[in-house]
Design a protein around this ligand. Sequence first.
Ligand code: DGL
Length: 262
Amino acid sequence: MQTNPIGVFDSGVGGISIWKEIISLLPKENTIYLADSKNAPYGQKSKQEIMDLSVKNTELLLKKGCKIIVVACNTATTNAISYLRKKYDVPFIGIEPAIKPAALKTKTKSIGILATKGTLNSELFATTSEKFSEDIKIFEQIGEGLVPLIETGKIHTATMENLLKKYLKSLTKHQIDYLVLGCSHYPFLIPQIKKIINKNVTIIDSGEAVARQTKAILSKNNLLNTTKNIGKHQLFSNLDATIISQFIATEKASCKIDFLDF
Ligand code: DGL
């Protein structure tokens, strides 16, 4: 079981930002990544649809022998992870907007969250933000349209820049000093975001924390891969595998990227 892969899924290529943190922290682990790009974006779908898609991805990863599943998607985590945990025995790691670290560090007592509609409307997000909103103000913005642009490789376009300017303005007008990226696709936009917002706004995402949690849970369950070899990675897209390649650079040598109809 220890040499079995870590399964990772997202609505598309966004979770690759999380996957990169995982393989950097756990270089001996084998991984299988599913980009459900055919069904992206999840952010505009109903809770039931997100749950059904999460089950479909989980079943495939389990069929491929994954020892742990990382739900590298805020929308799927906030809408489906409690259901997945009840349904399957394997450990699940989820990703949620990093409200807590931002709330603990903010000096202006105002933080901004950029996330999908599905995440911002979820019960899990409401519970977490309620916990912190007594002491600080939390401003939310839906990043509508950003994921489809990333999924089609249109990151460096005027359309993207205009959308980002609009969404970031609606948050920064509130004197926020922390910007939480609540969607695993958004870390790919950090260079552009930095060009738009003030330097004293700190951007945070949850990638590193997810990798650390994955390591902790593997270790706790005696599932860490102790082999001397470097891990091998299979990445599948059910739409266009060439998009995945655009997000993978140094890791390419140990990766096999394919189309798979799932
Ligand atoms: N990357 C996902 C997230 O973290 C979902 C984006 C989408 O498909 O709408 O929320």
